[in-house]
Design a protein. Structure first.
Length: 161
């Protein structure tokens, strides 16, 4: 994956053929056309190396993925990665040995975390075959999309062109 660095990036993570696992992609697609030109949108599988490459050079990053923490399906988790660890959350989307959580900790160890990295994790309920989000996850995805639009618009006024 070769990308042109953007000062602000939204990264939707998931697999749209595994029901709730596709929530990050769903959110990214929903907001893509509504974001300022200074914000890029990327869809990713969650593989660690690809994530480090995707956010390289970005000042602001929002990452959205399905999670498993034991909370009710649709629960929304928000983390500020440079100041918080996300070890208590499982990111089920990656079929690779290193996924979202490992990418964040690897970037932290290599001093390659973006200055601002916000993670929205939406608690999934169903990760089996299917292309539809469960009802609770779909409601939360719409809420997260609105939160991200608001957050990204405030970034646009702070990001140099």
């Amino acid at each position: 994956m070769t990308l042109t660095p953007s000062p602000a990036i939204v990264i939707g993570i998931g697999n749209t053929f595994r029901s709730d696992d596709g929530v990050g992609i769903w959110v990214a697609r929903r907001i893509r056309e509504q974001l300022p030109d200074t914000v890029s949108v990327v869809e990713a599988t969650g593989e660690a190396g690809a994530l480090l490459e995707a956010w390289q050079g970005a000042a602001f990053v929002i990452l959205i993925d399905a999670v498993r923490s034991g909370a009710a399906p649709g629960a929304i988790h928000r983390f500020d990665a440079p100041t918080e660890r996300v070890q208590s959350i499982s990111f089920p989307g990656s079929t690779h040995s290193l996924g979202v959580g490992e990418a964040i900790e690897l970037a932290r160890a290599l001093n390659r975390l973006p200055p601002r990295l916000i993670i929205y994790g939406i608690e999934g309920g169903h990760f089996g075959p299917g292309e539809e989000l469960s009802a609770a996850v779909a409601r939360s995805a719409a809420e997260v999309a609105e939160r991200i639009l608001s957050e990204a618009r405030s970034w646009a006024t702070k990001v140099p062109i």
